[in-house]
Structure formats: C-alpha cells, structure tokens
Design a protein around this ligand. Sequence first.
Ligand code: NAD
Ligand code: TYD
Length: 351
Amino acid sequence: MRKLLITGGAGFIGSHVVRLFVNKYPDYQIYNLDKLTYAGNLENLTDIETRPNYHFLKADITDAAVIDELFARYEFDGVIHLAAESHVDRSIKDPLAFIQTNIIGTVNLLNAARNTWKDNMGEQRFYHISTDEVYGSLGEEGYFTEETPYDPRSPYSASKASSDHMVRAYFHTYDLPVLISNCSNNYGPNHFPEKLIPLVIHNIRNNKPIPVYGDGKYTRDWLWVMDHATAIDTIFHRGRIGETYNIGGNNEWKNIDLVQNLCDIMDELLGREKGASRKLITFVKDRPGHDKRYAIDATKIKTELGWQPTLASIEGFRRTAQWYLDNESWLEKVTSGAYQNYYSEHYSHYK
Ligand code: NAD
Ligand code: TYD
C-alpha cells in the first residue's frame, strides 16, 4: 500500500489528480497537502472528501519544520508535487512569493523526502510537475523537446525552472528517485478565472469586456486537464527514474482565434445572436516579456509510455464552457471570495 502525498491538490490541476487517484487506487492513502491560497478551493473535491483513502492536510510548503514533521508522521513513499504560485501576471507584480513557494517550497519537500527515504531508497517516487514555460519562447516554427535548453523569461517560469534544476540536482547528488514533467497550458473545469479561458467564459456570461493582451497573436498549446491527470498517473507509475517527459495537447491556438471560438460557443449555449459576444473583445496593453509561442513535442511520452491526449479541442472548449454555465455557484463563490470560508466551515475538526 502506498502513502501518497499530493501537494496543491485543492488547485485546478491538483484537484483532478487527487480525484483520479482516490477513485482509481482505493488501496493508496492519498494525502492532499495545500496551504489554501487564493487558488486553493476545497469545494473542488466535495465529491471525494469523505472517502476513507482521502486525507486533507492544511500546510504551507515554505515551512520546513512543518513539512519535516508531516513526513516523519506519515512516512509518505510517493510525492506528486503540484503546489505552486502559478499565474504569470501575479509573478510580474510579486516575484518573491514565487521564489518562496516554487523554489524554497520545492527544496523543503526534497529535503524531507531525502531524510525520510535515505536509508531505504528504492520504490519511492518524487514526481515534480512543471511547465513548458521553462523553455522560453518559440518563433513561428519548432517545438519544445526534452532537450530544449531552459530559457525562462517571466518570474513564474524562472522560479519553475529553478525548481526543476533543484529536483535534478537531488537525483544526481543524492540518488533521490525523481521524475519531472513539463506540460503545456491546461484548460477545463475548476480553472481559476484569472487565467485566459475561464476569464473569457466568465466575462462573456456577464457581458463584460474580454481583455486580449497586445495583438492577440500569441500562441499556446492547450491540453484538457483530465488528459494531464492521466499523463501524471502514467508517468508516476511507469516513468523512468531521473527522466523528464514533455506533455502537450498538439493543439495550438492563437489567443485571438481561441477567444473568438469561445465567443461563438457561448453565443450558442446562451442562445445569443451569433457574433454578439465577439463585440466584447477588447485589445489591452500587452503583458511585459510576453512569450510569443509555446508548442510541445510529446513524442517521448507517446512512444515510451503510450500516452496521448483524448479530447479534441472544440469538444473540450464546449465542455468547459458548459461546465461553467452548469456550475454558476462555483464561479460566483470564487469571484466573491466566499469559497475561502469552506475550510473553516467544513474542516473545523482539524483545528
Ligand atoms: P493553481 O494555482 O490552480 O493551484 C496551486 C495550488 O497550490 C493551490 O491549491 C494553492 O493553494 C496551492 N499552494 C500554493 N502555494 C502553496 C504553498 N506555499 N504551500 C502549499 N500549497 C500551496 O495551479 P495549477 O494551474 O493547478 O498548477 C498546478 C501545477 O502545475 C503548478 O506547479 C504549475 O506550475 C503546473 N502547471 C500548470 C499548468 C497550467 O496550465 N495551469 C501547465 C503546466 C504546469
Ligand atoms: P494565461 O492563461 O495567463 O496562461 P500563460 O500566461 O501561463 O500561458 O494566458 C494565456 C495566454 O492568454 C497568454 O498569451 C496571455 C493571454 N491572456 C490575455 O490575452 N488576456 C488575459 O486576460 C489573460 C489572463 C491572458
């Protein structure tokens, strides 16, 4: 039986990973460790929170003493590390929070895992979830492979790059059994509405302007979040120790094309006149240091582990838009801040 620590499980991707593991592996004990920052929302997990193999630990990965104590108490033998500050625009305003959580927090986890496992290093796994943004910015041509040199350009991507380097350093220096994956932009249910896709859906729903940065010709490779969760499951169980795997959707969109597409889907779902929502598109001042294009070559994970994305983008965007319309109370609580009461209301026994 595994005792698996998943960090950042109350966030967007983490909540899908926690649900997948709790359902698929009833023999594992799943410990979801999360600080519950503005991005952490336990209402993402109400459907599995009473399962006997699910446990929630409210903790901050920047606090080394607490992390050491939790490793000593629970003796985790696997870690899937997703906790992070994740929004580029916030990193431009406050880089230090990204250094603390993404770099120091990761090193605290590495140290705790090493100390717990060092006398019996074997079947354990320390799996670090990273981003394609560490590779920098592409021109019109080419793809990021696992060999692409790191060239991060935002405080967010620089902090993730730094944490990736530390994870590799612990593999080479201390033989810590690590895995790393670098994934493209995710989308789907439970995405915090500061990121492009949920923000656009929310603003269309409320007839608010849709801010498109710069000329809107920036390109991202979008992956359905559940496909990322299955890739994480695959790599955690079958990935080769010390290896890096790129994960992508093979699904590139220029921001403006994606936004127009979402406008048309929303017009249809809301019964609005065709073209109505496109009128909300507003070009705004560009993001400083805005990376032009990200695109992933996911050949390695496909050929080595047999993983590939399952959902076509138009179907995925439609499903996402429908989820937000069906879950207006989730969105309402997130935008009003009410979701932050959930922990104190439902987890008072933890205090
Ligand atoms: P998110 O912002 O939705 O969730 C992050 C979670 O981490 C939240 O629940 C938050 O409360 C928690 N957290 C933050 N600081 C913490 C701390 N100090 N201690 C404990 N918990 C803390 O992020 P996400 O979009 O779900 O991303 C998850 C991971 O995947 C991140 O490491 C991110 O870099 C990576 N990633 C994200 C994407 C994407 O498109 N969203 C793509 C590739 C990789
Ligand atoms: P985002 O969802 O913040 O992800 P990332 O910056 O990590 O790729 O942004 C996706 C793209 O959308 C990026 O090119 C910036 C752009 N964008 C806008 O044009 N308007 C917005 O309001 C936001 C949040 C992003």
